[in-house]
Each structure stands twice: as C-alpha cells, then as structure tokens.
Design a protein around this ligand. Structure first.
Ligand code: APR
Length: 311
C-alpha cells in the first residue's frame, strides 16, 4: 500500500515535532519545506529523526527541501511558515509579517498540490486561514486553521487538574477566535458526562476559563523566545489522523462559516467533522445566553482582523 505523504511548510519547532510524531506513529512520509537560507538546520532535524527510526521501528522517509515540486503528491499540508510571537506580542502583532509569507505559500500550494488537505497553523490563525483560502482558491472543505483543537486541549487539561480526574474523561470544547476573545463552552463541559458545574465551584470554573484564554501567552512568557509547540503539534496530529483515517472526529477548527453561528464569509473556530473529505461539515451546538454573546464578540474580532489583512 502506498504510504501517505505529509508536508509541513516551515521546518521550525512545530514542523519538527510533527515530523517526529508522524514518524513515531508511522503515519506517512514527511517532507519539511523551508527557505533555502534556513534549510541546513531543517536537514539536520530530518536526518536526526531518520536515524531515530531504527530505535522505534518506523518505516517512513523524511526529507527537507525548498522546492515545492517535491510535495506535489502530498495528502496533507501543514502551514507553519512564519514567525511565532515573543513576550509582549499578541497574535495579531504577527499579521503584517505572516500575511506576506502565507500568501506566498498559498500560491505554491495552489500550483503544486491543490488536492491536499491543508491545516494552517501560522498566527493570527483565523486570518491566516482566511487569507490562505482566498489566495489558494482551494475549496472550503480543504482548508482549516489550528485553533480550537489546541485551546480545547488546554481547557481539558485545566479541568482535569482542578478536578483531580483523568484527562481522558474530560469532554469539552473551545470555539471562537484563537485569541483572548475565544469562548470555552462551560455549559456543555463534563467529566464522564457529569457537568463540571457539579464538580467545581463558579470561582474555580472562572479561573479555568481565564487561564485557558491566556494559556498561549503564559507559555510565550515562560519560553521567552517563541510560542507553544508540543501541544500545537499534538493537536495538529489529531487533525491529520482524523483526515487520513476518515475518523469523522468532531474537532474545533477555524473553518469558513457560511451562515453557521451567524457568520458568513469568514474563518472562525467552530466544531467541525473531519474525515476523508476534509472539513466535512460544521456542527451547530446550542449555546447559553452568555456564550452566544461571547461568540458574537469573538466573531467581531475575527472579522476586524480579516479586514485588516486587506485581502
Ligand atoms: N516558507 C517556508 N518556511 C518559512 C517561510 C517561508 N516563506 N518563512 C518562514 N519560514 C519558516 C522559518 O524558517 C521557520 O523554520 O517557518 C518556520 C517557523 O518555525 P518557528 O519559528 O520555530 O515557529 P513555530 O513555533 O514552529 O510556529 C510557527 O505557528 O503557532 C504558530 O504563532 C506560531 O506563526 C507561528 C507558526
């Protein structure tokens, strides 16, 4: 059977960990694409992982290149090209730099692998996914942004820690823009079906919600030079595996809304089904009054950012 092909544009922190995790899971052959001037460290990374393979019995190949012709057969493309934020920077501060980069990448993907399922990770992600979709002209089911999968993982981790219960039993979702206006859905969050409101006080829940919204910034401030990469890569892996395995997973992603949640023509973090057709559909969740208000506010923020892109 032909092995799957995974391409990552940007062989930095997230790109390297996706290469590692894909190899560990024998998910497919991995190609990291980076600029010629930065290619040597990326080559070193792929060689290092290649030489890890005998220790973990992984039969896949790894490559580093600057030539998009080498990813013409990619099944999945992850876009991490761009700069990450540093302390005192918001994701929006990256817009002007990353927009140029993502436009260039979108043109290359359109030219070389227009049939791939594309996951955009570059921040500010809702706007970068919007720009990627506009510039590449790929259908909406083939373009999603990494947002809610990561934010939901953070919300799950904090609920597990605060309740002292297994993270495996926590079920919840974060929707909205990938920024301070994101909306952790408390009304439907549960541990093995038991509402978190039955397990935690209002003050505990408020603290978890606040920490979830600021989790990326907490890590940026501690790292001092760059943003989260293990959890980002891990959540991208969930999306890749859902697509390659036609799993029909329900994952919160930045997706093009066409009327869903009152938004038309913009990318916003919403629950979507990921399967062999990519982003197969958006699921409509019922929200309580405060969640509806918060979603309207986050939608406004995402739309302003998309307008600021000038695309
Ligand atoms: N084409 C290909 N690669 C590029 C380009 C380009 N035009 N411009 C930059 N890159 C590469 C860089 O050379 C670098 O190797 O993108 C890589 C980015 O890696 P890191 O700086 O390590 O950033 P990372 O932590 O992986 O995050 C990437 O994802 O979560 C977001 O905010 C984060 O925007 C950032 C992106």
């Amino acid at each position: 059977m032909q092995r799957k092909k995974i391409a990552v544009i940007g062989g930095g922190q997230i790109g390297g960990i996706i290469a590692l995790m894909s190899t560990q899971r024998e998910l497919g052959d991995v190609t990291l694409v980076d600029l010629p001037e930065f290619l040597n460290p990326v080559r070193g990374k792929t060689l290092d992982i290649d030489q890890l393979r005998p220790h973990i019995n992984a039969d896949v190949t790894l490559r580093a290149t600057s030539d998009y012709a080498e990813i013409s057969d990619a099944d999945v493309v992850v876009v991490t090209a761009g700069i990450p934020r540093r302390p005192n920077m918001s994701r929006e501060d990256l817009l002007l730099i990353n927009i140029e980069i993502v436009q260039g990448v979108a043109r290359q993907i359109k030219a070389h692998c227009p049939g791939a399922f594309v996951i955009v990770a570059t921040n500010p992600v809702d706007t970068m996914a919007y720009v990627f979709h506009k510039v590449s002209g790929l259908p909406k089911n083939r373009v999603v942004g990494l947002s809610g999968a990561l934010d939901t993982g953070r919300f799950q981790s904090f609920i597990a820690a605060e309740t002292g219960l297994s993270v495996k039993d926590v079920s919840c979702m974060v929707i909205g823009g990938h920024g301070p206006t994101m909306v952790p859905l408390v009304s439907t969050a549960s541990v093995a079906g038991i509402a978190i409101t039955d397990l935690l006080s209002d003050a505990q829940i408020d603290a978890i919600v606040q920490r979830t919204k600021e989790a990326g910034t907490e890590i940026v401030n501690l790292l001092g030079n760059g943003s989260a990469y293990f959890s980002s890569a891990g959540s991208i892996m969930e999306m890749i595996e859902a697509y390659l395995g036609d799993k029909k997973r329900v994952i919160s992603c930045s997706a093009l809304c066409e009327g869903e949640y009152g938004v038309t023509g913009y990318f916003l973090g919403v629950p979507v089904v990921i399967g062999a057709n990519g982003m197969e559909r958006v699921l409509q969740a019922s929200l309580d009054e405060s969640e509806r208000e918060a979603l309207a506010e986050t939608a406004r923020a995402v739309i302003v950012s998309a307008h600021n892109s000038g695309i």
